[in-house]
Design a protein around this ligand. Structure first.
Ligand code: ATP
Ligand code: MG
Length: 309
């Protein structure tokens, strides 16, 4: 029997007038996976997540979430989902507690269980003391944490999070990430959109890179790094200022970028490039202060992929 996937999407397409926001997207997410959907602004991340969670309909394509066709059995599928949308708000004129009771009731969570879960979630997100305050007096971080509580009140099997930590301070961000990681460890599937490469690298089992509505790559972050050729780099600093243009003249250098007091050089063959660099320094009477060879960062891969696609 075919193993059921957490998410299975094919030929997914959504247009807004002339604009193809999502263009024949195809990918699968395994159950229990922490899956990242990484792309620059306007890439189609939110549009995709809105289709996956049954908020909007695609023009073309199939969407299965935990074995349910989201277009045909959206109610069954939605019962298993917890969603934190990009633009959302709790009811501002209700307290945190009443927001949770309302959402719990909508999901059909029995009253006593609702209360039990709400208390536990509010404590976990350090909002319990403020549970009876109106949401309109909440800070952005507090509102975002409450949205997560609301997404979790039905104990969903799969979480869809659209940039859940965007614009939050380090502490709030860390708390949210820790809770999400804990849920993932317990077996929940997480689908997270982000344009933060470091976040994707640290958290995700696999990432899909989306650009202009198309999937440019899907793989483990580490594999994406290793697969990309021509992205080996060397970071070098000299005892005097050297222009990037001069470094570009060196044989074997594909690209060079100034990074603070260092220059980052992209090459195919690090060994040959180091020899060339030493010759270059000698001919210019420069001293090499530091020199590091680096495997490509996920950022390098990302920038390369989105340029190519
Ligand atoms: N309701 C809409 N009407 C018209 N165009 C839309 C609508 N929603 C999205 N778009 C367009 O579709 C494209 C993809 O938008 P989307 O919000 O999915 O991007 P995103 O990857 O989530 O970007 P961001 O990182 O900025 O959140 C953009 O060009 C956007 O302007
Ligand atoms: Mg978005």
């Amino acid at each position: 029997m075919k193993k059921e996937k957490a998410v299975e999407v094919s030929s997914l397409t959504k247009c807004f007038g002339e604009l193809v926001a999502v263009d024949h997207v195809k990918f699968e997410v395994e159950k229990g996976e922490f899956f990242g959907f990484l792309g620059p602004n306007g890439a189609g991340k939110t549009t995709t997540i809105r289709i996956l969670t049954g908020v909007i309909k695609p023009d073309e394509g199939n969407v299965q979430v935990l074995g349910y066709d989201v277009l045909e059995n959206s109610i069954e599928a939605k019962q298993l989902m917890g969603v934190v949308p990009e633009m959302a708000n709790a009811y501002l004129d209700l307290s945190a507690w009443n927001n949770l009771m309302l959402v719990g009731a909508l999901y059909g969570v029995p009253k006593e269980l609702r209360k039990e879960r709400a208390s536990k979630l509010l404590k976990e997100f350090k909002l319990y003391e403020r549970r009876n305050c109106l949401v309109k007096g909440f800070s952005k971080g507090m509102k975002q944490k409450l949205l997560l509580c609301m997404a979790l009140i039905n104990e969903p099997e799969i979480l869809f999070l659209d940039e859940p930590t965007s614009g939050l301070d380090v502490e709030s961000r860390r708390l949210i990430i820790e809770v999400i990681q804990k849920l993932n460890k317990e077996g929940k599937t997480v689908f997270l959109t982000t344009h933060n490469i470091e976040e994707a690298n640290q958290l995700c089992d696999r990432v899909a890179i989306i650009n202009r509505g198309r999937i440019a790559a899907v793989d483990r972050p580490e594999k994406l790094r290793l697969k990309s050729s021509g992205l080996q780099s060397i970071e070098v600093s000299f005892d005097r200022k050297v222009d990037v243009e001069e470094v570009l003249e060196i044989e074997g250098v594909n690209k060079a970028r100034k990074m603070g007091d260092k220059i980052k050089i992209y090459i195919d063959d690090p060994d040959a490039a180091i020899n060339e660099l030493v010759d270059f320094a000698r001919s210019k009477k420069l001293k090499i202060v530091s020199l590091n060879t680096l495997a490509p960062s996920l950022e390098d891969v990302f920038l390369k992929l989105i340029k190519e696609n």
